[in-house]
Design a protein around this ligand. Structure first.
Ligand SMILES: NC(=O)c1ccc[n+]([C@@H]2O[C@H](COP(=O)([O-])OP(=O)(O)OC[C@H]3O[C@@H](n4cnc5c(N)ncnc54)[C@H](OP(=O)(O)O)[C@@H]3O)[C@@H](O)[C@H]2O)c1
Length: 341
């Protein structure tokens, strides 16, 4: 039995145009499945900014990649003979793999049937589940669970037209907040203006962009960027304001040269609360988060913005688009319609 995999040929070059050199598409032989080894098919692959760090060979919460390793990626997969069961986890860039049931690979989680039924009931696609898990959950944890945003509060969101940012905008608008979104791209400004006419959009690439927000006026900042933008936003926070730290786009291409914050004193005297946010939380929180999000989907108050590619070998192209910041919303590689083994 053969499968296709994308392996790390060369640790990623800094120049995005040379990204192709990092990947190699190979055919690999699979062992035969048995009573312990389940043959799995990858159905959907999530294209995430953290992949830039992974392909650079850095150690994160997943093992550091060596050359010839299958590249990490979060996926949804199913046993080849049972597409009703769906598993979530970092199964990597490969069309098929063997899942050792006895090994209880903690990293793969079977998606509860109830959740799959909710997906259908809300007229969503299975592929949307990846976006909800990886981007909807952090948006919920940051804004609703941690910041506890309230009607009329000023909520600022960076990388507003990205996968996580678009969830944040909608959750904050649904709470009737005063929403400000940052983007640095003209096409995204037009998109955001059209989709969300009631938010204020600030192009952070313009000079003095930060002067467009008064100091000490922000209740909640959802931070996808870190670095200088976080530093500037600390100035803008009200006393007792809250900052949800979700991502560090500002240093994803040069993570080895991360800067510190120079204004920690302001965090202290304004008594700000900062919290790191991950999609991965305790079970009781996950249930509450899904309950909240699915209710909003059912009420048609929440939409998913997603771009799709359809072949494993499209993944480098999809990553290039993400790393160039061209995506609006989420990018998924959808292998669901590919030929069977
Ligand atoms: N903690 C978690 O569980 C979790 C889960 C998902 C994502 N994240 C993190 O959250 C962040 C956003 O993820 P995402 O999937 O929503 O990404 P996304 O859709 O690709 O959004 C990223 C956007 O960030 C903006 N950006 C890039 N560099 C920037 C910079 N230096 N300053 C300001 N904006 C910059 C770009 O948009 P513009 O064109 O507007 O500049 C880019 O398109 C990432 O850091 C990611 O790693 C964390």
């Amino acid at each position: 039995m053969q499968k296709q995999s994308l392996i790390l040929q060369q640790k990623a070059p800094k120049n995005i145009n040379e990204l192709d050199q990092a990947f190699k598409l190979i055919d690999q032989k699979l062992d035969s499945p048995n009573s312990q080894l389940l043959l799995m098919k990858t159905r959907f692959i999530s294209i995430d900014p953290i992949m830039r760090v992974w392909i650079s060979g850095a150690k994160t919460y997943l093992p550091a990649l060596q050359e010839n390793d299958i590249i990490h990626a979060f996926t949804l997969s199913s046993p080849v003979d049972n597409s009703n069961d769906i598993y979530f986890g970092p199964a990597g860039l490969q069309t098929h793999f063997l899942y050792d049931k006895s090994n209880k690979q903690k990293q793969l989680i079977k998606v509860p049937r109830q959740m799959l039924q909710m997906i259908q009931k809300c007229e969503l696609q299975n592929s949307n589940l990846l976006t909800i898990i990886l981007n909807g959950l952090p948006a919920y944890y940051g804004l609703i669970d941690f910041c506890k945003i309230q009607k009329g509060q000023r909520v600022v969101i960076s990388a507003a037209a990205g996968a996580t940012g678009l969830f944040c905008i909608q959750l904050a608008l649904n709470m009737e907040c005063d929403v400000i979104g940052f983007t640095g791209d003209q096409e995204k400004i037009i998109f955001l203006q059209k989709q969300f006419p009631n938010i204020r959009i600030i192009n952070y690439k313009l000079n003095n962009w930060d002067k467009q927000i008064e100091n000490n006026s922000v209740d909640c900042y959802f931070d996808n960027v870190g670095e200088q933008m976080l530093e500037l936003m600390i100035k803008k926070m009200k006393k007792n304001g809250k900052i949800a730290l979700c991502g560090s786009m500002g240093s994803s291409s040069n993570y080895n040269e991360r800067q510190g914050l120079s204004n920690i004193n302001q965090i202290i005297y304004k008594q700000l609360k900062l919290k790191g946010i991950t999609f991965n939380q305790e079970l009781n929180k996950i249930q509450a988060a899904f309950g909240y999000l699915f209710q909003q989907f059912q009420q048609k108050k929440l939409r998913i913005f997603q771009e799709e590619y359809n072949q494993l070998y499209d993944t480098p192209l999809a990553l290039k688009r993400l790393f160039q910041g061209k995506n609006i919303g989420k990018i998924i590689v959808n292998l669901d319609n590919q030929a069977k083994l």
